[in-house]
Design a protein around this ligand. Sequence first.
Ligand SMILES: Nc1ncnc2c1ncn2[C@@H]1O[C@H](COP(=O)(O)OP(=O)(O)OP(=O)(O)O)[C@@H](O)[C@H]1O
Length: 400
Amino acid sequence: MSDEVLIKVENVSKKFCKSLKQSMLYGIEDITRDTLNLKTTSEILRKDEFWAVDDVSFEVKRGECLGIIGRNGAGKSTLLKMLNGIFMPDKGKITIKGKVGALIEVGAGFHPMLTGRENIYVNGSILGMSKQEIDSKFDEIVAFAELDEFIDMPVKHYSSGMYVRLGFAIAVQSKPDVLILDEVLAVGDVAFRAKCYQRLSDLFKNASVIMVSHDMSQIGQVASKVLLLQSGKSSTYDDVCLGVSEYNVENNVKKISSNDKAVSLGNSAQDASIEINKDLYYGEFLDVIININAVNSSQYIDARITVYANDQTTAFDCHTRAHNSSTQLIHGSNRLRARVGPVFLKSGNYSLSIAILNRENNEHIYWGTHIKTITVNGSPPYGSAIYLPKIQINNEKIGE
Ligand SMILES: Nc1ncnc2c1ncn2[C@@H]1O[C@H](COP(=O)(O)OP(=O)(O)OP(=O)(O)O)[C@@H](O)[C@H]1O
C-alpha cells in the first residue's frame, strides 16, 4: 500500500426531504435565493428534511479497500452517489484523484438499445479508454464477462447477472485509480464472484476501492478497513472484524463472548463451538465440526469456509452452494460437519474463517473470522497445485 491518498472525504453531509411537495417548494425557494444572490439554507434542516449522510469523513489510500456497511437506509448509496458525482454534498468536500470507475446500479451507464459490443465502446470511452485501447482489450472484456454468444444482442435483453458481468469487465479493464462498487456483485453467481474477487485483488495493488456490501464474509475477505454508517453518521474501523462485529451487534447478532470480537451468532442460534483436525497432510480432507444450539425451527443452511495464508492472502474460499450441498439446522443441538478437500496447500500454517448461512435469505447464523488455525504438512517440493477444494455439509444429528 502506498501513502498516496486518492479519496478524501471531509465532513460531507447530504440532506433529503421526506415530503415530495415540500421538497419541490424548497427547490423553488433555493433557485429564487440563488438567482437573487441571497444566502442559501443548504446547511440547516427545514421542516421534513433529514440528513441522509451526516458529517462523514475518511481517506482511502492507493492499495486500500474501504468496505462500507450499514443497515437499509443508513446512507450507503447516497454516499456512493456523492463520490461518483451524481449528487452534490450540501456540506463538506470530496477530493478524488485519478481515473474513476464505478458500478453503482445494475445496468446504469448502458444504453438499452445498443448491443453489448456497442456498449463496450461507449462505456469504455466514458471511463477514459481510447478506441485503440478498447480494440486491444475487447476480446479480454468479452471473455471475462463470458458473453461471447450474446455480445451482439441489445443489452435490454440481458439478465441482471449479464449486465453486472459486462459492467465489471469493462470497469476493471479501464484500469481505474478509484473503483466504486455498490452491492452489484451480489447479483453474479458464485463462480463469477470468485473471479471478480481475484481480479479485484490484482487491482488493489494500484487502486483505491470502495465497496458497499451486506455480505459480511465478503467484507471480511476483501476490505482493508470498514466504514459503518448508522442513520447517516459514520464510524471508521481499521480493524475489519471490529467494524463487522459492531454491525452485527446493531443487527441483533450476538457475540459469543465479549472478549472474542471475531465470533458472532445470528438470532436463530444460542451458542456454538468449533472442532477441527488441526494437522493435515497435503491432499487430505479438512473436517470442520460446528456444534450449534438452534432456537428456531428447521432451516436449510450453507457453509462458507475461507482459508488464509500467513500473509493474510486468501488461499481458497469455498461455499457449499457452489457444490450443491446443503443440510438442515434443526431446533436444539446440531452437529454440522463441513468436509473440505482434498486440500492441496503448501506446507505451513493457515487461518480459517467459517460462516453458516441461512440458504433462503443469506443471513448469518454463525460467523467466525480467523477462528481456527491449521497446519498443512508434507507438500511436494515442486509447490502446491492450484485447485479449489470441494465442500460438503451434513448434520450428524439428523443423519443426512
Ligand atoms: N432521492 C431521495 N429523496 C428522498 N430521500 C431519499 C432519496 N434517496 C435516498 N433517500 C433516503 O435517504 C436515506 C438513505 O438512503 P440510501 O439509499 O443512501 O440508504 P442505503 O444505506 O444505501 O440503503 P440500502 O441498504 O437499502 O440500499 C433513506 O432514508 C432513503 O429513504
